[in-house]
Write a protein that binds this ligand. Sequence first.
Ligand code: ADP
Ligand code: ASP
Ligand code: MG
Length: 457
Amino acid sequence: MLVMKFGGTSVAEASRFKDVFNIVKHRSTVSGKVPLIVLSAMSGITNELIDCAKCAQASDHSLAAARLTDIKDRHYEVVEDLIPLSGRDQLLSALEIDFNRLSILLQGITYLGELSKRSLDAISSCGEILSTKIFSAYAISQKAPAVYVDARTIMLTNEDYGKAIPNLEELSARSQSEIAALMKEGKWIITQGFIGATANGVTTTLGRGGSDYSASLIGAAINADEIQIWTDVDGMMTADPRLVPEAIPVANVTFQEAAELAYFGAKVLHPLTIKPAIEKNIPVRILNTLNPDSAGTLLVEKTDNTEKICAIACKKGQTAIFINSARMLMASGFLAQVFNIFARYETSIDLITTSEVSVSLTIDNLDKLPQIEEELKQLGEVTVLNDLAIIALVGRNFREESGTAHRIFKALADLNIIMISFGASNINVSLVLTNQDADRAIKLLHSEFFSMAAVRS
Ligand code: ADP
Ligand code: ASP
Ligand code: MG
């Protein structure tokens, strides 16, 4: 069994739906494996749905309605271009029900002027429902043995709307009962990424970019032979190709490297995607719908890749907190007190560096920052710096091999490095700079480590 997940750009318009269909057909024929297809919403639609909900929250009903009409038009255009007349009416009536429901939800939010996380999930989940219904109708029109499965019947989650946590036991049991038998009969399963439902059947979402995570969870639940993440680039690249056009795809990346890169901003993969695959040791492959013959990137447990640096990732919008305390001098238990404050406010720390009397750390969730700052002030002098970026160089043997720090400092000689974390991990060196300096720093580091001359040295 193959899990094939296609992101928003892979289903951006009618011709792309056709490309996806051809890729699924070709890959399943060549491998002899039955596909389970996980789709995202059409590109940009989740953002547009969220904007619609926000207009309704601001009680601007006419704007919300106009935006919903735009969303509807975009989907109906695809239906018109894609679905033969014989199957069109049935699909359009199904979509009409979804759009009416959305319209009623938006009216409710407009009247109340209130948008709960639960209501936002009810709205933001619709993009995936629409794209999968369209793709299923198209696959059936092309005589594929396709079956539409509503992900909410298998992806049971808790009630943490907006970042719901899936119940893996239920997913495994339900996948075995709802999907496995169909796949044994050779049926293609078409389902949504990103969405789930509580035990009471209320719609939830797994967090932005969560379709990759859905694919990996479902892949693990059905013991897939491979999980394929189809996107708009040739795999995991040495840097974000939108920023560094010279970036090149990396053929093999370990699960651990991929996890670090995803966590530190390589958007091509949702950070949670890797865990279910590691647990079942299922290979994950990142592939390009626009260039389906390219090899892409294979995520594996071990690689024989000997390049020092695998790739560079960047996470902007970070905040650094500096705590300086004379009390820290020769004192024990100080760091425990600091960490305790962050733990009580459920705020996770990304990077940390310490000296004898000071500790610097970064966070990206600012919800509880005022309370945290207040408590930290009891321990020492506190300074907060916003608008920072973490740049992570992910590679190998940083602790054992010399020269990496020198090359980093040389490349960034005229930029201000605010923090550096070296040695905490053998595969990650992280730097903190201002958001403003980040893009330039990435380009400089990329040319230091990946220009042809650098690669040969
Ligand atoms: P999808 O809609 O397929 O889920 P995403 O937009 O979530 O696609 O992720 C793909 C994008 O991730 C690419 O277009 C690219 O700009 C960005 N990206 C960031 N870092 C990397 C990287 N290291 N390698 C590849 N792509 C990256
Ligand atoms: N459509 C969702 C989003 O835009 C999930 C995904 O694409 O992975 O966040
Ligand atoms: Mg994505």
